[in-house]
Design a protein around this ligand. Structure first.
Ligand code: SF4
Length: 114
């Protein structure tokens, strides 16, 4: 089976053509560097995403957050449900852990808030 992907690893955005047999990637074309091949293989076998969002704070405001590492793509909605039901206590500093374990990742603050 042939699949077309756009590599999102760097701004060049190479158009990749990936050949798969079952769950295996057998060929990748269009990548300008080796990272594109790794991206295509991961995207076809175990797609992952870093989530960026906001969490409600105890003062009613919002603080920006992200997962500290990518999570499985199919867990994105469940991760967002956890983020949406979380209320963070102030003060918050960049890097503070807001939720300790969401599918193997931590939800961390990406801004300071007093
Ligand atoms: S294949 Fe390499 S050069 Fe092309 S977008 Fe991906 S990382 Fe960038």
């Amino acid at each position: 089976m042939e699949r077309k992907l756009t590599c999102i690893i760097c701004p060049l955005g190479c158009e990749l053509t990936v050949q798969t047999e079952g769950k295996n990637v057998v060929d990748v074309k269009g990548n300008t560097c080796p990272r594109g091949k790794v991206y295509a293989e991961n995207e076809c076998t175990n797609p992952q995403r870093t989530i960026t969002s906001t969490v409600r704070c105890s003062d009613g405001g919002l603080v920006s957050v992200k997962t500290d590492k990518p999570i499985p793509k199919e867990k994105m909605l469940e991760c967002m449900a956890v983020i949406n039901e979380t209320v963070a206590e102030l003060p918050i500093s960049i890097g503070d852990v807001i939720v300790d374990d969401v599918f193997g990742s931590k939800i961390v603050a990406t801004q300071n808030k007093a």
